[in-house]
Design a protein around this ligand. Structure first.
Ligand code: HEM
Length: 190
């Protein structure tokens, strides 16, 4: 039952977009709104994945930890929608135009690297891959940290064009706070 609720909660952005679409609330530029919104929801989902462990360890609330795989896959799902939105609305699915954008716009390059880093994590999220990779599974999944770092850098570069960093600072602070217990733990193990 909790899993079903969790699944629908993760679909909240989709319901939101459909609702806004039906009521004319997707701003004056719906493609831009949807590209941005999917990117932000991908980042939110990655932050919720990071929250799972500290929430279970310090507050004894394990619901996120139990559904971490689902949350991670939703983060990837929103990244794919974000990527598709850019590929379709900004590049008309033209391979050459997409390639040109990747190599000429720095923020796109960083976003693509973040997406590429997330891909093996999503592909190996099944129990079968967990078993097959053994200890290496955990090592591979540490890739979430550079992926989040690059996503925030990408976000920073997007906002640099508008000189509006407020939200980026909030995400940075949240990610730093969520990583703090892990950093402290690593120092204790040394
Ligand atoms: C395939 C790689 C990616 C491409 C091509 C891409 C492309 C874009 C584009 C075109 C924008 C809008 C820029 C603007 O309106 O000026 C954007 C914004 C954004 N992207 Fe990405 N992105 C990619 C990967 C990612 C990933 C992996 C994440 C996070 C997990 C992400 C998070 C964001 C965020 C948070 C924004 C800013 C939204 C805002 O300003 O409110 N992107 N991206």
């Amino acid at each position: 039952m909790i899993s079903v609720l969790m699944f629908f909660a993760c679909l909240y952005p989709v319901f939101l977009w459909v609702g806004l679409g039906l009521t004319g609330g997707l701003t004056a530029n719906p493609p831009e709104y949807l590209i941005r919104s999917s990117g932000e929801w991908a980042l939110v989902a990655l932050c919720v994945v990071l929250l799972a462990t500290p929430l279970s360890r310090y507050a004894r609330i394990s619901v996120l930890l139990k559904h971490r795989r689902m949350l991670g896959l939703f983060a990837y799902f929103y990244s794919i929608l974000h990527l598709l939105g850019w590929a379709f609305w900004e590049q008309g699915f033209g391979l050459e135009a997409m390639w040109l954008d990747v190599v000429t716009r720095w923020f796109i390059t960083v976003g693509v690297v973040a997406f590429v880093l997330l891909t093996p994590l999503a592909l190996t999220s099944t129990y079968g891959w967990m078993r097959r990779l053994g200890r290496n599974w955990k090592r591979l999944h540490y890739g979430i940290y550079p992926a989040i770092g690059l996503s925030i850098w990408h976000f920073w570069l997007v906002r640099a064009g508008k000189n509006d960093f407020f939200e980026v600072w909030i995400y940075l602070a949240v990610v730093f706070l969520l990583c703090l217990p892990r950093i402290i733990q690593l120092r204790h193990h040394k």
